[in-house]
Design a protein around this ligand. Structure first.
Ligand SMILES: Nc1ncnc2c1ncn2[C@@H]1O[C@H](COP(=O)(O)OP(=O)(O)OP(=O)(O)O)[C@@H](O)[C@H]1O
Length: 301
């Protein structure tokens, strides 16, 4: 894989005079209920008053048992779902409220996504897939910049290839390049290594880590895998739609142990009362601002 470029460009540190907002993501009492509206008893409280603050330039893993609300949290934080209640701020700007068109514009400008299944267009080349978000947003396509990003993710020699000609890890690296092309400050990744073998997963995790360490991006990643989570600076645990603690500088063993205890503690009903309950101190916004960074791994290790 190519050695990352550590110089300038919009992927690098912001120019002097444009201070990085200290907070990349803020959720205040975010709740999301699916279905039913309570009347038919089928309502599912996926998120239950989640309050969370993530500093700019941090790499956070979100973990928890199946059905605990991880994907819903990511979708609400990324503006792909609208919360029923609460406030979401990205990069210091409020995202909640506004029309669909405004939300789409907000997302395109400030947020990058990486999904487990890559979501590449099969008929477009690597380069075309990478520049697609700019075209969709009606923005000028800077091919040189796209190629530079593709070189950074190790695909500089695959520009004209189609997704079917790439391995899973390479496809995910195209997805990362595509997420970066609009120069977002916050990148959300939902199980980005879920479909990859261990080696490819490590490459992708190394890349995400590099986006944070070398280029000051903020990455929020949902994962089931304690090894993947150990690449993050901190892990936020979810249980039953609520935050259930955080772990700074997570080791694989510490994450696995915490997860096991979360499972023990879970009552596991996925139909819960809709009345808002007071949030306990342990479940509110563990502030990871002062969390020490995890020890740096060699790139792609
Ligand atoms: N579109 C939907 N309609 C109805 N219920 C939903 C919907 N999406 C999620 N849910 C429910 O909300 C709860 C949280 O789901 P979510 O997908 O966020 O959990 P998760 O922690 O990401 O789970 P997993 O690890 O299995 O992917 C679950 O009970 C799920 O069944």
């Amino acid at each position: 894989m190519t050695t990352p470029a550590t110089h300038r460009t919009a992927t690098g540190p912001r120019p002097a005079g444009t201070p990085h907002p200290a907070e990349a993501l803020r959720l205040v009492k975010v709740s999301k209920v699916y279905g039913g509206g309570g009347a038919d008893g089928n309502a599912v409280t996926a998120l239950d008053g989640v309050t969370l603050s993530l500093p700019a330039g941090s790499f956070t893993a979100v973990m928890g048992p199946s059905g605990s609300g991880k994907s819903t949290l990511l979708q609400c934080a990324a503006g792909l779902e609208r919360p029923d209640h609460g406030l979401v701020m990205v990069d210091g700007a409020e995202m909640t409220g506004g029309t669909e068109a405004e939300l789409t514009k907000f997302r395109r400008r400030r947020i990058g996504f990486v999904f487990q299944e890559y979501n590449l267009m099969p008929t477009l080349t690597v380069e075309e897939n990478t520049t697609l978000p700019l075209k969709l947003a009606g923005r000028r396509v800077n091919r040189a910049r796209a190629r530079e990003i593709l070189a950074q993710v190790g695909l500089g020699d695959r520009l004209r290839h189609l997704p079917e000609q790439l391995s899973g890890g390479q496809r995910q690296r195209v997805a990362i390049a595509r997420a970066l092309v609009a120069e977002p400050n916050v990148i959300f990744a939902d199980e980005p290594t879920g479909a990859l073998d261990m080696r490819s997963a490590r490459e992708v995790l190394g890349l995400l880590q590099q986006m944070v360490r070398a280029f000051g991006r903020t990455v929020v990643m949902v994962t089931h895998d304690p090894v993947a989570a150990s690449y993050a600076d901190a892990v936020q645990f979810l249980a039953d739609g609520r935050l259930a603690g955080a772990l700074a500088s997570p080791s694989v063993d510490a994450v696995a142990e915490r997860l096991a205890h979360l499972g023990d503690a879970l009552e596991a009903p996925d139909r819960r009362p809709l009345d808002p309950r007071p949030t306990s101190p342990a479940a509110t916004a563990p502030d990871t601002t002062d969390a020490p960074a995890a020890p740096a791994r060699p790139f792609g290790a």
